[in-house]
Design a protein around this ligand. Structure first.
Ligand SMILES: Cc1cc2nc3c(=O)[nH]c(=O)nc-3n(C[C@H](O)[C@H](O)[C@H](O)COP(=O)(O)OP(=O)(O)OC[C@H]3O[C@@H](n4cnc5c(N)ncnc54)[C@H](O)[C@@H]3O)c2cc1C
Length: 532
């Protein structure tokens, strides 16, 4: 069962769908897009608040677990990842935050020419269809709709006022001139529906005869002729198939699956590959190295008024009315993303830019994806934007169906621990400000008795979790552990690129979806240029 294409893309996620659209726009290129998961027919994918239902929906989710995390009392952290057309952009929290200009300038400063903010801004704009129209920082008319919140509730607005009361600027645009301050988030939605990359990029390309999309097709191994990547072996409905690439193979499996596939294919740390009986094509110790993630620590508040989502979900009549409102107008609480308002703050005034992001949500739960509390509640979380902790991803077996070993090493540096403690203190200051007072009964979690730095750190260790932004396992750079070069070509082999969150030199100070889409837009241009 062998077929042949110009380009074979493995993974139809945030990056893979962008590549499939851009590369197949030229009808002379034949493109195969392989996706391990199914089509995006689950209705909850398309309703923004539906992300809560997809957290543990194994038909569209890889549902990874980390190894026991030493910094989190040995807890294993649940790591959802999209396994469906659109990948994680089909199950994510929909927030559109690109990061800071300084993130990309830092990438360039570390030798990644062509990746400074001025270089990447045109690709953010090219992708974007900004509801507010185009300006110096935004594009209009691109495939990816970026919209204002459909349900700006009074609690979320009070959070912004409270932040201003403690001295933060009000910021209308976190993706504009400066990120600092408090404001409402924008989301990747159109008319109250999720805009995954499957919706925004793949659907418009659906009718193209030169693009083939295969779902439930797990890429298992890249086949090499010497050092040239020639083909990909994939399994679909129990049958092993081979797709040959005349021009290139593009790996877009995401920060966990891309390094896994490379290691399974003989590209990775030689000692690890030998341990699993895999023939070494290239000893590349950087593959799976430098895994990073954003951690979040949540504060739960009991609200004095029945205006939270908890109150709606726990009241059958209000629940039905909310469903009807959404069905009729595509507005209301079902359009809520993983944050309504939020803030970017500096935990130390000497910092040049914010080091903590706060997400505010007008509901509360013990764990994300679980039942909402029976009381009126809301949540705000602290997320350190540029963690120093580094982890790793290593295969556990030569069998592609066995999940890899994931270690993040959260809170393994002093800076990471201090930033989380100081972030919680800043958040509490906002939560105590006058604008929120009429809404607050008490802090439920961690609760007023958790006050000292030591107690706050223990809380972070006991309750901290991911905010779902793993990156950098096939890092771009020039040092011996860098996996790809600045054109995202895998160093040491030919005919192979990695294009997804795994190539980020380090984490950006925001939510990672927009940055991945930008990377794929830029990669598409480079791939087409290099083929000339
Ligand atoms: C629950 C959750 C909430 C999030 N919230 C936000 C948010 O609010 N805002 C934001 O900006 N970011 C958010 N993110 C992060 C963001 O969605 C990801 O960073 C981004 O989607 C990653 O894109 P990617 O292309 O690297 O990988 P993915 O989008 O994960 O795509 C990888 C694709 O490859 C497929 N695949 C993997 N291996 C193989 C294989 N061997 N063969 C075939 N197919 C394969 C996968 O099934 C998947 O479809 C969230 C993520 C999650 C999981």
């Amino acid at each position: 069962m062998t077929s042949e294409f110009d380009y074979v893309i493995v993974g139809a996620g945030s990056a893979g769908c962008v590549l499939a659209n851009r590369l197949s726009a030229d009808r002379k290129n034949s493109v195969l897009l392989l996706e391990a998961g199914p089509r995006d027919t689950n209705l909850w994918i398309h309703v923004p608040l539906g992300y809560g239902r997809l957290f543990k929906e194994k038909s569209v989710n890889w549902m990874y677990q980390t190894e026991p995390e030493p910094g989190l009392e040995g807890r294993s952290v649940f790591q959802p990842r999209g396994k469906v057309l659109g990948g994680s952009s089909s199950i994510n929290g929909l927030l559109c935050v690109r990061g800071q200009h300084e993130d990309y300038d830092r990438w360039r400063q570390h030798g990644n020419q062509g990746w400074g903010f001025d270089d990447v801004l045109p690709y953010f704009k090219k992708a974007e269809d900004q509801q507010r129209g185009a300006d110096d920082f935004h594009g209009a008319g691109g495939p990816l709709p970026v919209s204002d919140l459909g349900h700006p509730d009074p609690l979320s607005a009070a959070f912004i006022t409270a932040a201003a009361e403690v001295g933060l600027p009000v910021n209308r645009d976190f993706n504009g001139a400066s990120q600092e301050g408090a404001g409402f988030f924008q989301t990747t939605t159109r008319h109250g529906r999720r805009a995954s990359t499957a919706v925004a990029y793949l659907r418009p390309a659906k009718g193209r005869g030169n693009l083939r999309v295969e779902t439930s097709a797990l890429g298992q191994r890249i086949v090499f002729a010497g050092r040239r990547a020639e083909a990909i072996e994939y399994r679909q409905a129990g049958v092993l198939k081979t797709a040959r690439a005349r021009k290139e193979i593009l790996i877009s499996g995401g920060a966990f699956n891309s390094p896994q596939l490379l290691q399974l294919s003989g590209i990775g740390p030689a000692e690890l590959l030998r341990q699993h009986g895999i023939e070494v094509v290239l000893d590349a110790p950087g593959v799976g190295h430098d895994l990073q993630d954003h951690m979040q620590v949540r504060v739960v508040m009991r609200c004095s008024k029945p205006i939270t989502l908890n109150d709606i979900v726990n009241n059958p009549v209000r629940k039905v009315l909310t469903g009807l409102q959404y069905a009729a107008f595509r507005t209301g609480p079902l359009t809520i993303a993983a944050g309504t308002s939020g803030a970017f703050v500096k935990t130390n005034p000497r910092l040049a830019t914010p080091d903590v992001q706060i997400h505010f949500l007008p509901f509360s739960t013990d764990k994300m994806g679980e039942k909402l509390h029976s009381f009126s509640g809301f949540t705000a979380s602290v997320c350190q934007l540029r963690p120093e902790s580094r982890g790793s991803l290593r295969i556990r077996s030569a069998n592609p169906a066995v999940p890899p070993e994931i270690r993040i090493n959260y809170l393994s540096t002093e800076v990471d621990r201090t930033t989380n403690i100081e972030g919680l203190k800043m958040l509490r200051k906002i939560l105590k400000a006058p604008a929120l007072r009429p809404y607050v009964v008490e802090e439920v979690d961690p609760g007023a008795k958790v006050a000292s730095d030591e107690a706050l750190l223990s809380y972070c260790r006991a309750r901290g979790s991911t905010i779902y932004h793993p990156t950098s396992t096939c890092r771009m750079g020039n040092d011996p552990l860098a996996v790809v070069d600045q054109r995202l070509r895998l160093r040491g082999v030919e005919g192979l690129r990695v294009v997804d969150a795994s190539v980020m030199p380090d984490l950006v100070s925001g939510n990672t979806n927009a940055a991945v889409i930008m990377i794929a837009e830029k990669a598409s241009d480079m791939i087409l240029q290099d083929a000339r």
